[in-house]
Design a protein around this ligand. Structure first.
Ligand code: FAD
Length: 452
C-alpha cells in the first residue's frame, strides 16, 4: 500500500499534523482548498491562518490548562507553537501572535520541507484506501460535509454548535442546590438524581430576566448564519419573546421539590446536568447564549447556588462543523467505520487554535507511527492532550456532545489535595506537574521505539 500520508485541510491541525509526520520520516501531501475555494472567515491562501482573534490565550504552564497544552506542544517540537513564539506580541501573561507573519512562516516551513507537498484543491469524498487525516475545521466544505454525513449519519455531524456554559462541580453551592430529575424519572438512584436544581423566587426570576435582556450580546459574523435554523435559540432570544417563555421552557419548575425547603414551591428552576464521566463538570441545561463572556459570568452568578461558580467554559453559538466524536472516533482518532481515516482539529469537537493544533500533533504522530509499523500507545490521560482526547473520544456524554476547550475539569482528580477555591493553586500545580511527567514519558517511549 502507498505509504504517503494525505492530510486534508492545511489549518492549525493539518499543518501541525504534516510537520510531525514528515519529521518522523513519512511523505505527506497536504490538500488545501484555499485559495481556489474560500470560506466566509479565511482571507488568504496561507496555511494555518488565524481567522479571528490573534490570541493563543494563557501561557502559564503551571496554573492554566491551555498554558500546559502550549508546554506539551513545545516539548514535542510543535511547529504551531514554534511559529507563535517566533511571532509573539506583548500581551501580559497571554500569548498573542502577529497573525500574518505567523501563518506566512508556517506556510514557508511546510512548503520547504523535503517530505511535504501542498496540493491546492477541495477533497469532497472519504477515500476507500490509503492513509488519511481530515482536518477541515469548523468550515469544512459543503460537499465534504455531505460525504461525511453519508458515512456517519446526518445526526452525527453538526453544522452549528449550541454551547451551554459549563461549571466546575466543586464551585456549586450544594446547600442551595439539590439533586433530582424531573418527576424522579429513571430506573436507578443515579438517574433519579441526574440533575442539580437551582431554585428561584419570583423576584429573583424577574431580576434574572431583566439582566438577560440588558446584557451585551455578540453578533454572528457576516456569512456565518447560512444554514442556521431556529432549533436552538439563545436564552436571551427566548426571553425577548416573552418574560414567561423561559419559565415554560428550560426554567420550568414542575416535577421538582426543593430538598432543602420542601414546603416552598420554586417560581422557576435552573437545571444543571453532568457533562463528563468524571463528574467534575456540569452544564446549565438549555442555556446556549450569545451574551458576551463578561456579561455571562455576571448574569449566571445571579442564579441561586451559582453565586461563586467557576466556569470551565462559557456559552456560545457558532457556525461549527463537528463530529459526534464519542461515538465515531477511537482513542487514536481513527474513524471506527474506516480506520484508515483519522480526524483532527476542530472538526473532532475541540475548540480553539491551540486545542486544534494539539489534536493535529497527536493525529500526525499516530498516523506516521502506524505507517512506519511502530504503533503508539494511547496518550496518557493525565496530560492535557490526553485529557482532551479522552473527553472527545469517550469521556463526554455522547448525547449532548458539544465542542470543548481544554480545562482542568477534564483531568482525573488528584488524591491528597485540598478541594475548593483555597486549594486551587496547589491543585493546578499538581495537575501540571503530573501532566508534564506523563507527557515526557509518552514522548520518550517514541524516541526509544524509533531507535529500536
Ligand atoms: C468565524 C470564526 C471565528 C473564530 N474565532 C476564533 C478565535 O478567535 N480564537 C480561536 O482560538 N478560535 C477561533 N475559531 C475557531 C478556529 O477556526 C479554530 O480554532 C481553528 O482554526 C481550527 O483549526 P483547524 O485546523 O481544525 O481548522 P482550520 O484552521 O479552519 O483549517 C481547516 C482548513 O481546511 C480547509 N478545508 C476545508 N474543507 C476542505 C476540503 N473539503 N478540502 C480541502 N481543504 C478543506 C480550510 O480551507 C482550512 O484551511 C473561529 C472560527 C470561526 C469560524
Amino acid at each position: 500500500m502507498d505509504k504517503t500520508l494525505h492530510i486534508v485541510g492545511g489549518g492549525m491541525a493539518g499543518s501541525e499534523a504534516a510537520w510531525q509526520a514528515a519529521n518522523m520520516g513519512v511523505d505527506v501531501v497536504i490538500h488545501e482548498m484555499r485559495p481556489k475555494v474560500g470560506t466566509f472567515a479565511h482571507q488568504t491562501g496561507n496555511l494555518a491562518e488565524m481567522v479571528c482573534s490573534n490570541s493563543f490565550r494563557s501561557d502559564d504552564d503551571e496554573q492554566n490548562a491551555v498554558g500546559l497544552l502550549h508546554w506539551e506542544m513545545r516539548a514535542a517540537n510543535g511547529l504551531i507553537m514554534g511559529a507563535a513564539d517566533r511571532h509573539r506580541l506583548p500581551a501580559g501573561g497571554a500569548l498573542a501572535v502577529d497573525r500574518d507573519p505567523f501563518s506566512e512562516h508556517v506556510t514557508e516551513v511546510l512548503r520547504a520541507h523535503p517530505r511535504i507537498r501542498v496540493e491546492e484543491g477541495e477533497v469532497s469524498a472519504l477515500p476507500d484506501d490509503g492513509h488519511w487525516i481530515f482536518a477541515t475545521g469548523p468550515l469544512t466544505s459543503t460537499a465534504l460535509g455531505q460525504a461525511i454525513q453519508a458515512e456517519t449519519g446526518a445526526e452525527r455531524l453538526a453544522f452549528f454548535d449550541a454551547i451551554a456554559p459549563i461549571v466546575y462541580a466543586e464551585s456549586i453551592d450544594m446547600d442551595v442546590v439539590w439533586a433530582q430529575s424531573r418527576y424522579d424519572k429513571g430506573e436507578t438512584e443515579a438517574e433519579q438524581k441526574a440533575y442539580l436544581n437551582c431554585p428561584m423566587t419570583k423576584d429573583q426570576y424577574e431580576a434574572f430576566i431583566d439582566a438577560l435582556l440588558a446584557a451585551e450580546k455578540t453578533e454572528f459574523h457576516e456569512g456565518e448564519t447560512a444554514g442556521y435554523f431556529d432549533g436552538c435559540l439563545p436564552i436571551e432570544v427566548m426571553a425577548e419573546r416573552g418574560r414567561e417563555t423561559l419559565r415554560h421552557g428550560p426554567m420550568k419548575p414542575v416535577g421538582l421539590t426543593n430538598a432543602h425547603k420542601p414546603d416552598e414551591k420554586p417560581y422557576a428552576v435552573v437545571q444543571l446536568r453532568r457533562d463528563n464521566a468524571l463528574g467534575t463538570l456540569f452544564n446549565i441545561v438549555g442555556f446556549q447564549t450569545k451574551m458576551k463572556y463578561g456579561a455571562q459570568t455576571e448574569v449566571f452568578r445571579m442564579i441561586p447556588g451559582l453565586e461563586n461558580a467557576s466556569f470551565a467554559r462559557l456559552g456560545g453559538i457558532h457556525r461549527n462543523t463537528f463530529l459526534n466524536s464519542p461515538t465515531l472516533l477511537d482513542d487514536r482518532m481513527r474513524l471506527r467505520s474506516r480506520p484508515h481515516v483519522r480526524f483532527a482539529g476542530q472538526v473532532t469537537g475541540v475548540e480553539g487554535y491551540v486545542e486544534s493544533a494539539a489534536m493535529g500533533l497527536v493525529a500526525g504522530r499516530f498516523a506516521a507511527a502506524e505507517i512506519l509499523g511502530q504503533p503508539l500507545a494511547p496518550v496518557p490521560q493525565d496530560t492535557a492532550m490526553g485529557a482532551l482526547i479522552h473527553h472527545i473520544t469517550g469521556g463526554a456524554e455522547a448525547k449532548t456532545f458539544q465542542p470543548m476547550n481544554v480545562n482542568f475539569g477534564l483531568f482525573r482528580p488528584l488524591e491528597d489535595v485540598r478541594g475548593g477555591r483555597r486549594g486551587r493553586k496547589d491543585r493546578y500545580k499538581g495537575y501540571t506537574d503530573r501532566a508534564k511527567e506523563a507527557w515526557q514519558g509518552w514522548l520518550a517511549g517514541q524516541d526509544t521505539a524509533a531507535l529500536a
